[in-house]
Each structure stands twice: as structure tokens, then as C-alpha cells.
Design a protein around this ligand. Structure first.
Ligand code: ATP
Ligand code: MG
Length: 487
């Protein structure tokens, strides 16, 4: 007796340890899967066309990559191996039960089928509820990120209470409701499983009892059978729980794959060749463009021939399509009609990487990244030395203000460059564009935030810098351009 007791203890201990090891391995494997999923998403999203980002807010994307990926974790951690174990256990028990009594086992199997039908019906509601949780969660994320990004405007207009109201009623409330609904849906599922299970046990006792009374079955066999029935419902309950988890995961997975499968509108052609170093001869042939398929035409039948090395000024009123035109040349969007060539290469037939590498841009909305001033300029060419960076800054007249910053070139600019003035950000963007040593330079309202004094410095620098490069200089007013003597 004592020996078998020790044996039992040993088996239990080993079983426990085995379970631990299995959990640890699963957790490790799961974390690896999640890590690569986040990697994949990040890479994919970065290559998505610019048009994607005007439809999918940053906050929503973050929710996809963080929350939805996390939802998948539990399934990977526990469900896959667990499900297999439970299905096997269930089959084992059914076989044992069938050997004890076929009729009673038949009843149990019918109950199992009923449960599967219930689960299948329930799934429709569960999926819907979990999809909604995921969607509203991501909307809340988007709202939060927008609110905090725009907090300066909010405070300037004293709209905190207004924003709070909006957040409380439209977003936070809906998030709670969505969670409540999902909880309710899963809360209804388990009791119905228990209920059917309870009815089944009652029916089995009744049926088994009558069989015993009519001497078809002896009472010990019935008792043994009922013990197995108890064992039968344990894996069923576990499977139901995993099924619930599975639905939540499916919803998150669906949302993730929506992003993963998002069609890249501007994609490299299968046979795209790298664009060799260009001279910079830009031609637009009968180019038309509209942002939305049924939207209004922003550009119509534009013909333009810019010989290599020439500076072209684009002047026009607000919303005329100047920025759009240069975005087409850089192939951020594809022209709806017509053709754009650089040195005779159609921009749609070369790789985007090789195309954009030849551009230097100072965009209308300057963006600096978290990091130092030095890091931000180096963004133009990652292998540039510190000296080259300082030289670029000197050329555009940014060196003076940078050296006056607390830590000079090593001053942190924070997200978006909030610690700097607009003009200072623009100067850094200038240095960044120059450092890239581009063949084509694009300056979109690049002096709009810069004082006339500094602008003069830039203009004289530009005379040198623009030499031999094709450049597009965009301005609202012709005066900006003629003042600098560019045209
Ligand atoms: P500004 O001088 O104010 O910079 P712009 O000439 O650069 O103006 P664009 O930015 O090219 O003007 O915009 C041209 C038109 O295209 C505008 O009417 C604008 O509403 C529209 N537009 C710009 N971006 C988009 C977009 N992502 N989706 C849809 N329409 C857009
Ligand atoms: Mg513009």
C-alpha cells in the first residue's frame, strides 16, 4: 500500500513538473510568435502607401499592434496544446464509456452534438461582440492619441470640458458597453453548457436507473459509468472555455489581417529596376490626378519638361495642387492618367527606394523625430560624419542657433521637434535635405517660417547648393521666389 502511495506521489509530482515545463515552453514560443507578428506588422505598415495613412489613424494602428496582438497571446500560450489534450481525453473517455454501455454512451454523444450546435450558434454573436470590442478599443486609442497631440489647441481654446464630454460619452461609454456585451455573451454561453450538461446527467441517471430496475444493467456498472460521465464533462467544459477564447482571438486576428492584407496601392512592379544615379531631367506627360476614385480632379493634363539642373518654381493659391504635384513626382501616389519620367525612366517602373533616394525634400509640414539635433540631420544620410552634418547646418545657416541650444548638436528635440521653433525645425529639415546630396531637391514652402534675414542666408547658400541639381521650389507668392532671385 505504502509503495503505491509513493508511486502516486511520484506520478503527481512528475505530472506537475511536466505541466510547468510545458507551460514555460508554450509561453516562450508564444512570445516569439507575438514578437515576430509585431515586427511583421511594423514593417508592413511602414511600406503601406501614403494614402493608407489618411484613412487609418495612428492610434488605431497602435491598438492593432499592441492590444490585438496581445489578445492572440492566450490562445497560443494555452489553447493549442490544451485543446489537443482535451479532444484526445474526450475520445478516450467515450471509448471506455462505450465499452461499459453502448446505449448510455449514445445519449452522451447526442448531448455532445447538441453542445456543438449551441456553440456554433453562439459563435455568431461572440464574434460580433469581440470584433466590436477590438474596433472600439482602437477608436479610443485613436481619440486619445489625437487628443494629446492636439492638447495645445485644446487648451488655447479652452476646450478641455468639451473634449472630456466627447471622450466620456462617445468613446469611453461605448468601450464599456462593448466590453459588457462581450462579457454577457460569454456569460450566457457557459451556463447553457452547464444546463445542457445537467439535463444530460439527469437523463442518464433516469435511463440508467430504469435499465437497472428492469435488470438489464447492474447497479455497479451504472455507478462506474456515471463516474466516467463526470470525467466526460470536464474536457467538454475546458473546450467550451477555449472556444470562447478562440472567438476573441479570431476577432483580433481578423483585425490584424485587415491591416496585413491592405493593398499597397503604390507598389514596386514585379520587374522594377533600380533607378541609376540620375541627371535629373523630369518630364510630366499629360498627367492628371485625383485622390479619390470619384473625387474631383486635382491636376488635369499637366505637361512639364524640366531639363536636368534647372530650378522650377511652382506658384499657386492654397489648395491648387502644388504639393500634390511633387508627391506624384516622388511617387507617393500614382498619377491617374499620363506618365512621369525622370531621365526617361518611368517613375512607376523603378523601385521606390532607388527613386526616393535621389530626392531631398523640405516638406511643408516639417517632422522631427525624438532624438538629438544631430540625429535628425543625420536622417538624411545615415553614414554621414559629424563634420559633414555640421557643414550642412552651416551651409543653410542653422549652425548659429544650434550652437546656442543648451547642448548644441546634442540637444534633444523630443517628438515632432516640440522644443524648437517652427523656423528652427525648418532649418534642420533643410540641413537634412542637403546632407542627402540629392539629385532633385524639393522645397515646399521651405522658407515660410523663416525670418527674412535667415532666408537671405539660405538663398545665397541655395545658389551654391542648387547648382547642378534639378529643383522644385514651391511658394504661394511669386515674390518669395523672385526676392530670392531663384527664377
Ligand atoms: P498649399 O499652398 O496650401 O500647400 P497645395 O497647392 O500644396 O496648397 P495640395 O496640398 O496639393 O495643395 O492639395 C490640393 C488639393 O487636394 C486640395 O484641394 C486638397 O483638399 C486635396 N487633397 C490634399 N491631400 C489630399 C488627400 N490626402 N486626400 C484627398 N484630398 C486631398
Ligand atoms: Mg502644399
Amino acid at each position: 500500500v505504502s509503495q503505491s502511495r509513493y508511486a502516486l506521489l511520484l506520478v503527481q509530482t512528475l505530472g506537475f513538473l511536466g505541466f510547468r515545463v510545458q507551460l514555460m515552453h508554450m509561453a516562450q514560443a508564444g512570445q516569439h510568435v507575438l514578437q515576430s507578428l509585431r515586427d511583421e506588422l511594423f514593417v508592413h505598415v511602414q511600406y503601406l502607401s501614403i494614402s493608407f495613412f489618411s484613412r487609418y489613424e495612428a492610434g488605431r494602428l497602435i491598438a492593432r499592434i499592441i492590444s490585438d496582438v496581445n489578445t492572440i497571446r492566450e490562445l497560443i500560450n494555452y489553447a493549442v496544446v490544451g485543446t489537443l489534450r482535451e479532444v484526445l481525453t474526450l475520445f478516450g473517455i467515450i471509448i471506455v464509456m462505450a465499452r461499459i454501455n453502448l446505449t448510455l454512451t449514445g445519449v452522451a454523444v447526442v448531448v455532445l452534438v447538441v453542445l456543438i450546435v449551441i456553440a456554433n450558434y453562439w459563435r455568431i454573436y461572440a464574434r460580433d461582440a469581440y470584433l466590436q470590442v477590438s474596433e472600439i478599443n482602437s477608436q479610443v486609442n485613436a481619440e486619445l492619441s489625437e487628443s494629446f497631440n492636439g492638447v495645445r489647441v485644446t487648451q488655447a481654446f479652452g476646450r478641455q470640458a468639451h473634449n472630456y464630454d466627447r471622450f466620456r460619452t462617445t468613446f469611453n461609454l461605448r468601450l464599456r458597453e462593448a466590453f459588457m456585451r462581450a462579457t454577457l455573451v460569454s456569460a450566457l454561453f457557459f451556463p447553457s453548457i452547464e444546463l445542457v450538461g445537467g439535463i444530460a446527467i439527469g437523463a442518464l441517471i433516469y435511463l440508467g436507473g430504469s435499465l437497472v430496475l428492469s435488470d438489464v444493467l447492474d447497479v455497479f456498472t451504472l455507478l462506474t459509468f456515471m463516474l466516467y460521465v463526470d470525467q466526460f464533462f470536464f474536457p467538454v467544459r475546458m473546450l467550451a472555455q477555449r472556444y470562447n477564447l478562440f472567438q476573441a482571438t479570431m476577432a483580433a486576428g481578423y483585425k490584424i489581417f485587415q491591416v496585413m492584407d491592405w493593398k499597397i496601392e503604390v507598389d514596386d512592379r514585379p520587374n522594377a529596376q533600380p533607378l541609376p544615379r540620375i541627371e535629373g531631367h523630369v518630364r510630366l506627360e499629360d498627367v492628371s490626378f485625383q485622390y479619390e476614385r470619384d473625387g474631383e480632379a486635382i491636376l488635369q493634363s499637366i505637361n512639364l519638361d524640366v531639363p536636368a539642373g534647372q530650378t522650377i518654381a511652382l506658384v499657386g493659391h492654397t489648395g491648387a495642387g502644388k504639393s500634390t504635384l511633387v508627391k506624384l513626382i516622388m511617387r507617393f501616389h500614382d498619377a491617374t492618367q499620363g506618365r512621369i519620367t525622370i531621365d526617361g525612366y518611368d517613375v512607376q517602373e523603378v523601385t521606390q527606394e532607388s527613386l526616393r533616394r535621389q530626392f531631398g525634400v523640405v516638406l511643408q509640414e516639417t517632422h522631427l523625430f525624438t532624438g538629438t539635433v544631430m540625429d535628425n540631420i543625420r536622417y538624411g544620410r545615415l553614414n554621414a560624419t559629424d563634420e559633414e552634418i555640421i557643414h550642412a547646418a552651416q551651409t543653410v545657416g542653422a549652425h548659429e542657433f544650434i550652437t546656442q541650444l543648451e547642448h548644441g548638436y546634442h540637444t534633444e528635440v523630443r517628438e515632432g521637434g516640440t522644443l524648437l521653433s517652427m523656423g528652427q525645425r525648418q532649418l534642420i529639415a533643410y540641413a537634412r535635405a542637403l546632407l542627402a546630396d540629392p539629385r532633385i531637391l524639393i522645397l515646399d514652402e521651405a522658407t515660410s517660417n523663416i525670418d527674412t534675414q535667415t532666408e537671405k542666408i539660405i538663398q545665397s547658400a541655395l545658389d551654391k547648393v542648387l547648382e547642378g541639381r534639378t529643383s522644385f521650389v514651391i511658394a504661394h507668392r511669386l515674390s518669395t521666389i523672385t526676392r530670392s532671385g531663384i527664377s
